[in-house]
Design a protein around this ligand. Structure first.
Ligand code: NAD
Ligand code: DAU
Length: 346
């Protein structure tokens, strides 16, 4: 298959491209990425010289550019990862989130329709189901109850994509994954932020009481599920992709402390995230039935690989944390209870 991958310079998109090019499945990949703060071509150094791989810097909201990319590259399928993906940033500044996650998805859907693309895979999230009381697990038919600007735009984009199947017969598949972790994740999300702060001896911010529950999925497991559903998902269907490993945030932080050999004293309870969902949980039975996929990397194994990667790639973190990172960090955490001097100005 020839694939147009959007957002391929980000955390999950780059893992998907590395995996797809390591196998035989992709005869060509065009990565269309705007290179926002989260896009990093260093994540793709392993494939940069592969003749099957091409990169175009561009915005998915730019209809002319998307049209040209489809005209010239003629992909069989679009795998749509590009998004403003961080809940906290979306709370601080919702506008780019609305623009990319909604208008960007609309622009791609229109272009896909005009070009008769054979498959449009919309990469989405378990956050669209909102917070679920234990022991509920969301199946794909669950009501949508997003509670943040980020999850609301993902839910909106999913519905728009599905409407293109119902209305125009565009062969859309929607996937909804739980919390990913692994190498190359931008250190704004809980796992990489905690690892990176722990390795530097900085405070580890835990929102509220730290008892919010997330289902943790190793990034390569997510990418394998996306690849399997690209091939055998049914048009117009939604598929959940969960890690089958529910943990409270505090337990995740404690496991990172033990993997990095750092003292619990670094934990700092800080003001909670507004609208913070208490618990996400997914049933992935439908994906299992459709593809035989199930997660292969357990949390302990995945975390140990991830910590080892961050230890071995201090230069990557240092470069990512230079520039605008510090001002985001101060904006997000400066308004919480932490003292700034303890955060970045030691
Ligand atoms: P990320 O923030 O690491 O990467 C996003 C990528 O999209 C970046 O390379 C960025 O440059 C690019 N991008 C942003 N706006 C763009 C635009 N307007 N035009 C072109 N490119 C643009 O995100 P991620 O964590 O890799 O998430 C990828 C996708 O997976 C997102 O759609 C996200 O909603 C979804 N998802 C993420 C998780 C998770 O745990 N990270 C879980 C489930 C679903
Ligand atoms: O559930 C899937 C979603 O997972 C994806 O759709 C999003 O793109 C991805 O960012 C992620 O969203 P979360 O908000 O769950 O991820 P984050 O790593 O930001 O937070 C995980 C949990 O940890 C959440 O309950 C908030 C908490 N947290 C986060 C940070 C950054 C803290 O307690 N402290 C922190 O400093």
């Amino acid at each position: 298959m020839r694939l147009l991958v959007t957002g391929g310079a980000g955390f999950i998109g780059s893992a998907f491209i590395r995996l797809a090019l390591a196998g035989e499945g992709a005869s060509g990949i065009l990565n269309l990425d705007k290179l926002t703060y989260a896009g990093n071509l260093e994540n793709l150094e392993a494939v940069a010289g592969d003749p099957r791989y091409r990169f175009v810097r561009g915005d998915i909201c730019d209809a002319a550019l998307v049209g040209r990319a489809l005209d010239e590259f003629r992909p069989d399928a679009i795998v749509h990862f590009a998004a403003e993906s961080h809940v906290d940033r979306a709370i601080l500044s919702p506008e780019p989130v609305i623009e990319t996650n909604l208008r960007g998805t609309f622009t791609l859907l229109e272009a896909a329709r005009e070009h008769g693309i054979g498959r449009f895979l919309q990469v989405s999230t378990d956050e669209v189901y909102g917070s679920l009381a234990a022991p509920l697990e969301a199946g794909e038919e669950f009501p949508l109850r997003p509670s943040s600007p980020y999850s609301a735009t993902k839910a909106g984009a999913d519905l728009l994509a599905l409407s293109y199947f119902a209305t125009y017969k565009l062969p859309v598949v929607v996937t909804r994954a739980s919390n990913n972790y692994g190498p190359y994740q931008f250190p704004e999300k809980l796992v990489p932020l905690t690892i990176s702060n722990a390795l530097e001896g900085r405070p580890l911010p835990v929102y509220g009481d730290g008892l919010q529950v997330r289902d943790w999925l190793y990034v390569d497991d997510h990418c394998r599920a996306v690849a399997a559903l690209l091939e055998s998902g049914r048009d117009g269907e939604i598929y959940n992709i969960g890690g089958n490993r529910s943990l409270a945030n505090l337990d995740v932080v404690r496991q990172i402390l033990s993997a990095t050999g750092v003292s619990e004293e670094l934990i700092e309870y800080v003001t909670d995230r507004p609208g913070h969902d208490r618990r996400y949980a997914l049933s992935s039975q439908k994906t299992l039935a459709a593809t035989g996929w199930r997660p292969e990397v357990g949390f302990e194994e995945g975390l140990s690989r991830t910590v080892a990667w961050y230890r071995a790639n201090a230069g990557w973190i240092e470069r990512v944390k230079s520039g605008a990172y510090q001002s985001y960090y101060e904006r997000n955490y400066g308004d919480r209870d932490l003292e700034l001097k303890r955060l970045g100005r030691r």
